[in-house]
Design a protein around this ligand. Structure first.
Ligand code: SF4
Length: 486
């Protein structure tokens, strides 16, 4: 099997995307769930390739700096472990995103893991889906404490999927006495960095067929409307051309159980918004009374091979031989007997991992220089320097934030494409080139966001060296303001 190296293709495992520091490879992990054995195999690959691995903002794994093609044996091993599609043509499609605490969250309405498996199976068995843009994406939210749907009041928690199903509680009593569940999934459609809510509620047992119909019509649209710029048309183009109503009419025509007829008369109430952006970090009780899970921040989402291997081993020793990646570039170790948590924390410390909220958890950076040719700046290096600085000068700051009211998210991006975080940030550093003493040097424009727009107001342009202290001042002011508001 040859590596399908192509320019301008979203990276997958079979499509290594050339970057300045080597090839970029992505491994899909539907729902972000990794078995210990899978983690071990990826760590072995990392040993061979001697590169960096990062959890992405879709909760999959991205390996940078790969210098040589994976071997046929590598591909076969990863396929056997369920880490590579049996059909390479669909492997580069986006990971299915799910609530990272599915099945362990005492507040969740439904455990979404089975549905995610079914949907992934559907994708694996329908190679025609490869005709969609690689940005085709599905998100499933189980309605628990850690949401990936549209219900969060915290802007940066939003994750934009082209098809988003979010569990909600519904009232069947009056209108649908024969309905089988008090639960439904509300459909939202992802447009241009935003989600368009619909009034469509889907019974859990119909999710697969509805998603299949949404995909068929989307495929029809893409085939009827080839793009003019060489890139495939996306859901945002479909929604712009047709609007939601026409799209759903076409979807209805594909279904035996038309959407409107089944659910329009049911009443439903939205869930309380998720209030705590870091609520999954640290140690938490699971819905299984005797068990706990541990949420671990990672510096800029990065893991070493030893940490990856170690997480697998600790999950075997203390938990259920499984760990989870989150869309916030962090890791969760589930199913730990409560009495074993202190021992686990000691072992994690020896891997350089600790539970709790630090500045590493709130700073996001794209690949930047030297990995990405479009980048004006070394965002990863600057992100790490900024995290260290804030940890030193504002060590207590996030302690307050973990309880809630003003979440802080800092995003460093090497260009305005914002690959690392499409959702709004409170503070954004946008890489640029500036003139200083007649010379062109690297710098940043610093923006404050307003919860809807990241780049709402520009407050500074200049070299990075001046930015950490500037941000510390801004954060201190924000904190004072929020205390005065209380
Ligand atoms: S945001 Fe721009 S600079 Fe950063 S990785 Fe994406 S394309 Fe490259």
């Amino acid at each position: 099997m040859n590596w399908l190296v192509k320019e301008n293709v979203c990276p997958g495992l079979f499509y290594g995307t050339p970057a300045q520091d080597g090839f970029l490879v992505r491994i899909r992990t539907p729902g972000g769930i990794l078995e210990a054995q899978q983690g071990r195999e990826i760590a072995t690959l990392l040993d061979q390739w001697a590169t960096t691995i990062q959890v992405t903002n879709r909760a999959n794994l991205q390996i940078r700096g790969v210098q040589e093609s994976p071997t046929l044996a590598n591909f076969q091993t990863l396929q056997k472990l369920g880490l590579a599609a049996s059909n390479p043509s669909i492997d580069h499609l986006r990971n299915i995103m799910g609530s990272p605490t599915a099945g362990i969250d005492s507040q969740e309405l439904v455990d979404t893991r089975e549905l995610i498996k079914e949907l992934d199976n559907f994708i694996q068995n329908h190679p025609e889906i490869a005709a969609l843009s690689p940005k085709f994406s599905i998100g499933i939210d189980g309605g628990g404490a850690v949401g990936i749907g549209t219900r969060s009041s915290v802007a940066w928690e939003h994750r934009y999927n082209e098809i988003q199903l979010s569990a909600i509680a519904v009232n069947n009593q009056q209108n649908q006495p024969n309905a089988t569940s008090n639960l439904a999934f509300r459909l939202a459609l992802g447009g241009d960095k935003q989600l368009e809510q619909t009034d469509i509620l889907i019974a859990p047992e119909n999710c697969l067929s509805v998603v299949a119909a949404l995909v068929i019509v989307y495929l029809d649209y893409v085939q009827q409307n080839p793009s003019i710029n060489g890139k495939k048309n996306r859901m945002k183009h479909l929604l712009k051309d047709w609007g939601v109503e026409k799209y759903l009419e076409q979807v209805n025509s594909q279904l035996n159980h038309p959407l409107e007829q089944t659910f329009s008369s049911r009443s439903w109430s939205p869930l309380e918004p998720t209030a705590q952006p870091y609520s999954y970090l640290g140690i938490h009780d699971q819905k299984q009374a005797e068990l706990a899970y541990v949420g671990l921040p990672l510096r800029l989402g990065k893991l070493t091979a030893d940490q990856l291997r170690g997480l697998g081993e600790l999950s075997e020793t203390f938990g259920s031989s499984q760990f989870r990646l989150t869309p916030w570039q962090t890791v969760i170790l589930p199913d730990i007997p409560k009495e074993k948590v202190p021992d686990l924390l000691l072992k994690l410390a020896s891997l350089g991992l600790s539970a709790g909220v630090g500045w590493d958890a709130v700073i996001v950076a794209c690949a930047g220089k030297p990995g990405c040719g479009r980048s004006a700046t070394a965002t990863q290096i600057h992100g790490a320097i900024l995290a260290d600085y804030l940890q030193q000068v504002l060590p207590e700051y996030l302690g307050d934030r973990s309880t809630g009211n003003i979440p802080v998210n800092i995003h460093l991006t090497g260009c305005d494409k914002s690959c690392a975080q499409p959702s709004p940030a409170e503070i954004t550093l946008l890489g640029t080139t500036i003139e200083q003493n007649g010379e062109l040097i690297e710098g940043y424009k610093v923006y404050l966001g307003d919860g809807k727009q990241s780049l709402k107001s520009q407050i500074f342009t200049g070299e990075f060296a001046k930015i950490p202290s500037l941000i510390a001042k801004i954060l201190t002011t924000l904190k004072v303001d929020s205390q005065q508001d209380e």
